[in-house]
Design a protein around this ligand. Structure first.
Ligand code: FES
Ligand SMILES: [Fe+2]
Length: 353
């Protein structure tokens, strides 16, 4: 203990502990964009400390993702073009398939054995494109596949309106939100009447009831159910009313770590269409709702960009189960065989109501 720490201990002040962030990313499905974002025009996604080239095959129409730096001489494959289902490097035109295998070198008689790049498992579901990340490089876990959201497949609902926001912080800060009842009043102007959480396997849910100064009128109650399926894919269903109309909205608050100290939030909004409105008016309505939701959400960003990490928060009896959500979240940073059963056991916590 340093002299300064000793002095602080004597005066009974709390010393913030913040361990160095482990050099590892969470195991699970991560949203990298909407289905509309990927075409035969390759795209570069920065995540998991690297660059990933993502494209849609011209023939199979499937989304493919491989590490972007070409092992030949390092060009960025996402600046290349798609031919058939493969991507062609812009530098010397070597072709690569979605598994990361070199399939063609226009000027060689033999493809070198080492011509192989990391390929990423891709899932397209609910109008979103996901990548599976596992530090141990195991294939995806079947039970952890995101549930089908029937509303996205229904004509009665709009598609996602999406926005990406980069945050300069480790992504655990975002996950704390699930249990942090105390910040909804001061940061989001919500009046929380009921608040509880449920941990179950790879999912963590927040149930909340209350009013919201931006998103609902006056004292109209709003119910929100937010579910993390794995470490990074969170959807919220909100029911309330706006201008006298019943509203039901799905929000997407998914994130991908860019590095250990930055992450991208992919924020999306999907609404049930109002049948009395035209397609265009419905689109305007969802865009307006997206703007309001972002306005509310952005209030967290200002806090995250200026706070420090605290591993040992001083909590009070009115706080939500911050340590519970953090322990649940820690399972995604362990080898799959080492995850203790208690981190996945079904467990409820009622903070209010
Ligand atoms: S750097 Fe990609 S083919 Fe040469
Ligand atoms: Fe928040």
């Amino acid at each position: 203990m340093t002299a300064e720490q000793k002095l602080k201990n004597l005066s009974n002040e709390h010393i913030i502990i913040a361990s160095t962030v482990e050099d590892r990313y969470a195991r699970g499905w991560h949203v990298i964009g909407s289905h509309r974002d990927f075409s035969t025009e390759p795209k570069m996604i920065e995540c998991f400390g690297t660059r990933i080239a993502v494209w849609r095959g011209a023939e199979d129409k499937a989304v493919h993702a491989i590490n972007a730096y070409c092992p030949h001489m390092g060009a960025d494959l996402s600046k290349g073009c798609v031919s058939g289902n493969d991507i062609v490097c812009p530098f010397h035109a070597w072709s690569w398939n979605g598994d990361g295998e070199c399939t063609d070198i226009p000027y060689a008689s033999k493809i070198p054995d080492k011509a192989k790049i990391r390929g990423w498992e891709v899932l397209e579901k609910n109008g979103l494109v996901f990548l599976w990340h596992d530090h141990e490089r195991n294939p995806s876990i079947a039970e952890q596949e995101p549930r089908r959201n029937e509303d996205w497949y229904s004509e009665e609902w709009t598609d996602w309106t999406m926005t990406t926001i980069r945050i300069d912080s480790n992504c655990r800060e975002l996950v704390d939100n699930m249990a942090d009842m105390g910040h909804f009043g001061p940061v989001h102007y919500s009046k929380v009447a009921k608040f509880s959480n449920l941990q179950d396997g790879h999912t963590f849910t927040q149930f909340m009831e209350g009013g919201h100064e931006i998103l609902t009128e006056g004292d109209t109650p709003m119910t929100s159910v937010a579910v993390y399926e794995g470490p990074a894919y969170m959807t919220t269903t909100m029911t309330g009313s706006m201008n006298g109309e019943e509203t039901k909205v799905h929000l997407l608050v998914s994130h991908t770590p860019v590095t250990l100290n930055a992450f991208d939030i992919r924020f999306g909004v999907m609404m049930r269409k109002d049948p009395s409105l035209s397609e265009q008016e419905n689109q305007q309505r969802v865009e307006e709702n997206t703007r309001l939701n972002i306005e509310s959400f952005i209030q967290d960003v200002e806090i995250w960009n200026n706070k420090v990490r605290v591993d040992n928060p001083v909590l009070c009896d009115g706080d939500g189960p911050i340590n519970m959500v953090r322990k649940w979240y820690s399972q995604f940073y362990m080898d799959a065989a080492d995850v203790p059963a208690r981190l996945q056991a079904r467990k409820e916590h009622v903070t209010l109501g």
